[in-house]
Write a protein that binds this ligand. Structure first.
Ligand SMILES: C[S@@+](CC[C@H](N)C(=O)[O-])C[C@H]1O[C@@H](n2cnc3c(N)ncnc32)[C@H](O)[C@@H]1O
Length: 220
């Protein structure tokens, strides 16, 4: 089953429906431990001055801006497929005066040369992707990282218990069952290995009102 026709291209927008994109920041800030898990992701990424960092699926650029603020000297690029969300991101980046470059791509090939980044981070994106889109995205992240480069991901994962599983139905109802089924199965580590990453490790988790958010790291 394809995602419901929510947009002209083949992707699921931040809150599934284009008309909801403008409410994304307020909803996430009000319902999720957003600051805590995004800050944990930034710290986990261990970014050094001069590192080139890719925020994959930057959305409204909250994580990109945080990266730029918390890691002075890092060169931060946010990439996303959705022009509408990037319009919001551009406004926020301009207001914050963060040195973040925002780039749109086609959801297939990242518009960067092989070995362009030391780190890739991604928050709440992989549950928007079908299995084949996940595999393609991970192959592309592998390609654009330098050898020894790292990926740091926060996304919905295997529910920690029955209640967390029930709560995750809310996300599935909103974002669709096709792309989120792999999140419930917890297949991301396998897909990371399959995409030629090593040292795949789950680093932490957050129980939230929408289910269990998990964090991973791995190395190229
Ligand atoms: C729930 S939002 C998360 C945004 C942001 N990373 C955050 O943590 O707030 C998911 C984002 O993934 C983007 N997205 C969907 N399909 C994508 C793809 N194939 N490649 C990259 N980003 C994609 C959407 O446009 C949306 O901005």
């Amino acid at each position: 089953m394809k995602p419901v026709s929510t947009t002209t291209s083949d992707h699921v927008p931040a809150l599934r429906f284009n008309w909801l994109t403008g409410f994304y920041d307020r909803l996430i800030a009000a319902t999720m431990p957003e600051k805590a898990f995004k800050m944990a992701l930034v710290q986990q990424a261990g970014i050094r001055p001069g590192d080139r960092v890719l925020d994959f699926g930057t959305g409204t650029a909250t994580l990109s801006i945080l990266l730029s603020e918390q890691c002075p000297g890092a060169d931060v690029t946010g990439v996303d497929v959705d022009e509408k969300v990037l319009t919001i991101a551009r406004r926020k980046v301009a207001e914050s005066r963060a040195a973040v470059r925002l780039v749109r791509y086609d959801g297939n090939k990242l518009p960067f040369e092989r070995g362009s980044f030391e780190r890739a981070v991604s928050s709440l994106v992989f549950h928007h992707l079908t299995r084949s889109q996940r595999q393609q995205a991970l192959r592309e992240l592998n390609r654009v990282l330098v050898p020894g480069g790292e990926v740091h991901i926060a996304d919905w994962g295997k529910p920690a218990n029955g209640l967390q599983r029930l709560l995750f139905y809310l996300v599935q109802l909103l974002d669709g069952f096709e792309t989120t089924a792999d999140s419930v199965r917890g297949v991301l580590p396998e897909l990371l290995y399959e995409a030629d990453f090593d040292n795949v490790e789950e680093t932490g988790s957050f129980k939230t009102v929408f289910g269990t958010l998990r964090m991973w790291r791995c190395t190229k």
